[in-house]
Write a protein that binds this ligand. Sequence first.
Ligand code: 4AD
Ligand code: MG
Length: 432
Amino acid sequence: MTELISIKDSSKHVDQEVKMHVWLTDKRSSGKIIFLQLRDGTAFFQGVVRKNDVSEEVFEAAKSLRQEASFYITGTVHEDKRSHFGYEIQISDLKIVSNNEGYPIGNKEHGVDFLLDNRHLWLRSKRPFAIMQIRNTMFKATVDFFEKEGFIKFDAPIFMHSAPEGTTQLFHVEYFNNDAYLSQSGQLYGEAGAMAYGKIFTFGPTFRAEESKGRRHMTEFWMMEPEMAWMHQDESLDIQERYLAYMVKQVLENNEYELRILSRDPEKLRPTTEGNFTRLPYDDAIKMLQEAGRDIKWGDDFGAPDEGYISEQFDRPVFIVNYPTTIKPFYMKKNPDNPKEYLCADVIAPEGYGEIFGGSEREGNYEILKKQIEEAGLNLEDYQWYLDLRKFGGVPHSGFGMGFERTIAWICKLDHIREAIPFPRLINRMQP
Ligand code: 4AD
Ligand code: MG
């Protein structure tokens, strides 16, 4: 019996007859031979139909195919050293499922707005294909890594009553007769999870209403947020480093083909797999920027160009550690050696990509945390449950949040974060 296979598995079936379910991306013919560019979601390759080898009916069917026609094929897999992919299929039989004219995305340059308007179809093209495959590898690497480290996945709610990262970036929703907000971080719930189960991570959509049109901002993005009981900030940095090294290693091992489609040089990613990220104190980062002639002083937050400059000084991600308390959220633990700063860190990705992770040790003391909530101008009542986590069996604990799409944008070297998610939500776009 002829086996049904996916294009990706062609290498295991050289010189065998197989069946495939495919779509057409492009077609070229020269009299007696038709070259069909095929895709099935796992890879792209070429099918060849020769007039002399197939029935009149099959040859006519192949000739009639339009872009994005869907069809069944039977044929024999051959090596094809000239192509990116390395294999092609000599087609012996072909049966059309759907074949229509007018597919809007041609094999030519289109403006990005046009492509985003047609995102539901654009996803089929090579570049989005490569990015989504890499996204999937990163997702799997995340789940595998944290499972091996003894974490469990713990899901945080999306409807929220309170605001962990400050109140200016919240999406308000009407919740029956009450106010609610879309979650900007699962962290506070993750802390409850850590006190219940030790090591947990939340991983889901989060929302920010920043009015930013920047290439690093979306209104909806995915965040991966581990939270660890009994853990200090330094150990959290160790985990972040090993996690990022592992994730990049998995991409290099599993997505060579996709990186080639994106013209992404794997050697630029290789140093990250070695770990050993510099832990640069905030104070030193400020000095580094001042020496480079940038207009910045102690106490300022970094802008995108500042982070870009710092990231270009390293061949792998770098931690900036211990920011001033005035520019970070209320839940962080102050540095006992210097109460002007928190025990916290951001991971800055190389090649100008800037912040991809943010995290800290959490304040574990009931009274101090209560004071920090009040100083932040937040309503104590809303945070009573969060304070309970300190009242009953509070322990040192730490955590961090990885911006999934920002990390994808760096690994794939994208110009804009919007390509890192299937359907981007931006200040001026929520369709399709
Ligand atoms: O630095 P942030 O705001 O940290 C938190 O939300 C913490 N509660 C995380 C934690 O400790 N559990 O966000 C974390 C990461 C950023 O480093 C960035 O990569 C990403 O989320 N991020 C965004 N990504 C896309 N669009 C936006 N508007 C983003 N805002 C933050
Ligand atoms: Mg941050």
